[in-house]
Design a binder for this molecule. Structure first.
Ligand code: ATP
Ligand code: MG
Length: 341
């Protein structure tokens, strides 16, 4: 059983034990290091018993003597074990070997949303498809009384088939539903800054209680970035960033991206409202609005299609005029050329 004892990973001589690709933890052989996150190191690994790929997360050596990081790691395993949803990473195991605690999860091929964003903003279809899945994953967590508290593009994985998998529940916590007045008492003890600044809701920066609507804010910040390719609050200096999250209104996404409709903008800006009372009051509501928008835009031609059609029309008109000029054709032939469009 994982112990999370301080110093356990350091071994007898107080030196961090290095993990190497090729070695095994339990019956999981480490194949490749995927990332060094803030708290953990994640490996792609092979489950030697079930002959399948898995992801193994261990605490980063800088965190092994950090009691809070250790608790978050255990917390992540316990929270993940309560959730079972196609848009949330599944946990397979939580174990320890030689004092090294490790968490085994399904391996998700693909990329994080932050990696995807390096290629620029996404299309409307992509954003709505991803947004609906994020809303569904958050709803699953909220239905179990769990707030993620660290939704951001680095913590959302996207498979090659377009399936979203929300990861990193290390900062997640149990809370009571918003409508339960006890919730306020519960979460009001949480006055520390937990999460990632650019995606952190104003109430958290003010040291006020966080609840499910904090995740809705962060989901809105992710949607904003997917649609525009830039953060809702792009300041990079901490104090300025905090100031703009607290006091400024984000640039309307439609001023940055042509496809953004009034309906989409309303959804995103509602998520990003400063006061939780003015946001969606549940992830279910957000999911419904994203679903409605997807359905209503599915039948409309996309901007690219419209653009291609208008270009094709201009070409055909030029062709038609040329045809008439060269062949002294009748208006009938013009109509025939036009009818191909
Ligand atoms: N199950 C998985 N399958 C594939 N890749 C994963 C998986 N889990 C995590 N990763 C990769 O590892 C990275 C770090 O994972 P995670 O966010 O859980 O660690 P972390 O140390 O808590 O990160 P941070 O503190 O920086 O947010 C992710 O951004 C992703 O690239
Ligand atoms: Mg992370």
């Amino acid at each position: 059983m994982p112990t999370c004892e301080l110093g356990a990973v350091s071994g007898r001589f107080g030196l961090p034990r290095e993990l190497r690709v090729g070695q095994t933890l339990g019956h999981y052989r480490l194949v490749e290091q995927i990332s060094t996150g803030g708290m953990g190191v994640v490996y792609r690994a092979h489950d030697e018993h079930l002959d399948r790929e898995v992801a193994v997360k261990v605490l980063a050596s800088a965190s092994v003597n950090d009691a809070a990081a250790c608790r978050r790691f255990q917390n992540e395993a316990l929270i993940l074990s309560k959730l079972n949803h196609p848009n949330i990473i599944s946990i397979y195991d939580f174990d320890a070997q030689d004092g090294i605690d490790f968490l085994v999860m399904e391996y998700v091929p693909g990329q994080t949303l932050s990696a995807r964003l390096e290629r620029g903003p996404l299309t409307q279809d992509e954003v709505l498809h991803i947004g609906r899945q994020i809303a569904a994953s958050v709803k699953e967590a909220h239905d179990h009384g769990i707030i993620h508290r660290d939704l951001k593009p680095q913590n959302v994985l996207l498979t090659p088939k377009g399936q979203v998998k929300v990861a990193d529940f290390g900062l997640a916590k149990l809370a009571s539903p918003v409508i339960d007045p006890a919730a306020t008492t519960n979460v009001s003890r949480d006055l520390g800054l937990i999460g990632t600044l650019p995606y952190m809701p104003p109430e958290q920066l003010r040291g006020k209680p966080t609840d499910f609507r904090s995740d809705i804010y962060s989901a809105g910040a992710v949607l904003y970035e997917l649609a525009t390719g830039r953060r809702a609050f792009p300041e990079t200096l901490g104090p300025r960033l905090i100031d703009s999250i607290l006091h400024e209104v984000p640039h309307p996404p439609s001023s940055l991206t042509r496809w953004v409709s009034a309906a989409f903008e309303t959804i995103v800006l509602k998520c990003l409202e400063k006061e939780p009372e003015r946001r969606y009051q549940s992830s279910a509501e957000l999911g419904v609005d994203l679903q409605h928008l997807s359905t209503s835009t599915a039948s409309l031609p996309t901007e690219i299609e419209n653009d291609a059609k208008s270009k094709a029309k201009v070409c055909a008109e030029i062709l038609a005029q040329k045809y008439m000029f060269v062949n002294n054709a009748t208006s009938d032939s013009t109509c025939r050329v036009r009818s191909i469009i």
